[in-house]
Design a binder for this molecule. Structure first.
Ligand code: SF4
Length: 472
């Protein structure tokens, strides 16, 4: 098959574009997803709680400190999904959520004095794990704790990740009453055989009911996570899944590729390698899914995200305000990001700070009245410059050399001479266009933004403990 993606004409992302398998094979490589730059595997223990405090306090000294985006990691899940690479704890003991809230309160108590008056908050995201592992009273309590510290703006995005197996109409109403206006559903695949193989059985009717109830309860943006490359998936079964998805019409869709790394993620050892689709099949599934979603009217945002044209994410893509952080593509790029809970990551000014990944270590630090920071990173001038270029490529698809040059006081062509040379094969393949003053990712090149961004990553040649997933 020589041409696989050809999308409807009114979708500016992909109209009339043909992408061959040969092209994908040539430029598909392993690399970071760039939810940060430098990527989290470069964070180090030389960055301590003291550095983190200094960065927060420094932010208070500027005339108008940026608003906050707050992320809370809630790690508990009732059962194990075999594909999962998240930082989670499987338990049936509901009281652990309540104990965890006590530690979150300690963390808030230590963080709150550092914030001074700068508590204006434009985004909240509860992620996990399974945030809805906690009952309504516990989540309500958590919201009370957060409202005591942060001033949420009237138009704040308040989102919560939802496992459809843990939700009911009354729970969704309770979450809406608490102020949540966005949800994200983990669906992955609707095929019963695939669901069984990954130990996540959630019938179509269950998801449909949760989705309809979310809409009825006023949630104004609903995201659905899908995964391709799971055991027993094939073109036909995933096409059927997409038929259901398109009919249910979530506002946003994240279509992740499954990275089978059983040496890193113990849970994945429960997936039989022989049940996984071949590399060839994965590629076919990805191409079909991209085409199917675009044909259904979704805008391809970039990498693996799709959104309806009137969704804020699509509008942000159009007006250049699209942003990327640890939750993937987002809006509200002006915010500092404050993470709370085990393994959470904060980005304050020119720094990243991460809490310990182990719950035991996280609690131990708080028991000693220490801010739970295990590692982090202080960005150099070069990091800030490269971060801007990589994120601009991932979000806006074009880089203006003169504007960057003026802002960072560099001659772009000289500073990035070797990077621009390495990009020549992308120019020849029609994935980017380069002129005297700009780099633009072509519509054809949008599938390869990770690879294009990687050319500006100064750390890629250096050793890391991490294994990156393939681009496609
Ligand atoms: S995929 Fe979600 S629900 Fe399943 S184990 Fe991972 S964090 Fe828990």
């Amino acid at each position: 098959m020589s041409s696989l993606v050809s999308a409807q004409r009114n979708n500016t992302a992909f109209s009339d574009v043909e992408i061959s398998e040969e092209l994908i094979r040539r430029f598909d490589t392993s690399g970071p997803r760039y939810t940060s730059y430098p990527t989290a595997d470069r964070f180090h223990n030389g960055f301590s709680a003291l550095n983190y405090k200094q960065h927060i306090q420094q932010r208070q000294t500027i005339t108008a400190p940026p608003p906050l985006s707050v992320y809370v990691h809630l790690p508990f899940c009732q059962s194990l999904c075999y594909f999962c690479a998240c930082n989670k704890i499987i338990t049936q003991d509901k009281s652990r959520f309540e104990q965890y809230l006590q530690y979150l309160q300690k963390e808030l108590d230590l963080t709150s004095p550092l914030l001074g008056q700068a508590r204006l908050t434009r985004q909240l995201h509860l992620g996990g794990g399974t945030p809805t592992f906690g009952d309504d009273a516990s989540i309500d309590k958590l919201m009370g704790m957060l409202r005591n510290v942060f001033d949420f703006t009237y138009d704040a995005e308040m989102s919560v990740e939802i496992d459809p197996r843990t939700i009911s109409h009354s729970r969704l109403k309770a979450l809406a009453d608490m102020g949540f206006n966005r949800t994200s559903f983990g669906v992955q695949d609707f095929d019963p055989k695939v669901q069984k193989a990954v130990n996540r059985v959630q019938p179509l009717e269950m998801v449909e009911d949760a989705l309809e109830s979310s809409k009825a309860n006023g949630f104004n943006s609903i995201n659905m996570d899908l995964i391709y490359g799971l055991p027993h998936q094939n073109l036909q079964t995933f096409e059927t899944t997409l038929d259901h998805v398109v009919r249910l019409k979530p506002d946003r869709i994240a279509l992740y590729n499954y990275a089978h790394l059983p040496h890193r993620f113990k849970a994945q050892r429960l997936i039989k390698a022989q049940d996984l689709p071949t590399a060839e099949d994965r590629l076919q599934i990805f191409m079909m899914a991209t085409r199917r979603l675009i044909d259904a009217g979704y805008v391809f945002i970039g990498l693996d995200h799709f959104a309806l044209p009137d969704d804020e994410l699509s509008r942000a893509g159009q007006d250049g305000s699209l942003h990327r952080n640890f939750q993937g593509y987002t809006t509200r790029s002006e915010c500092d990001m404050l993470g709370l809970g085990v393994s959470s990551i904060s980005k304050i000014g020119r720094s990243y700070a991460q809490a310990p990944r182990s719950l035991k270590d996280y609690c131990a630090m708080l028991d000693h009245n220490e801010l739970p920071i295990d590692k982090g990173y202080e960005l150099s001038d070069d990091d800030v410059l490269r971060a801007e270029i990589i994120m601009t490529i991932m979000c806006s698809m074009s880089v203006n050399f003169e504007a960057i040059g003026q802002r960072y006081e560099i001659v772009f062509y000289e500073y990035f001479e070797s990077e621009l040379n390495r990009l020549q094969p992308y120019v020849e393949a029609g994935l980017i266009s380069l002129d005297d003053n700009s780099l633009s990712v072509t519509r054809k090149g949008r599938l390869f933004v990770r690879a294009i961004g990687m050319e500006f990553d100064a750390y890629l040649g250096k050793p890391t403990g991490s294994t990156y997933s393939r681009l496609i």
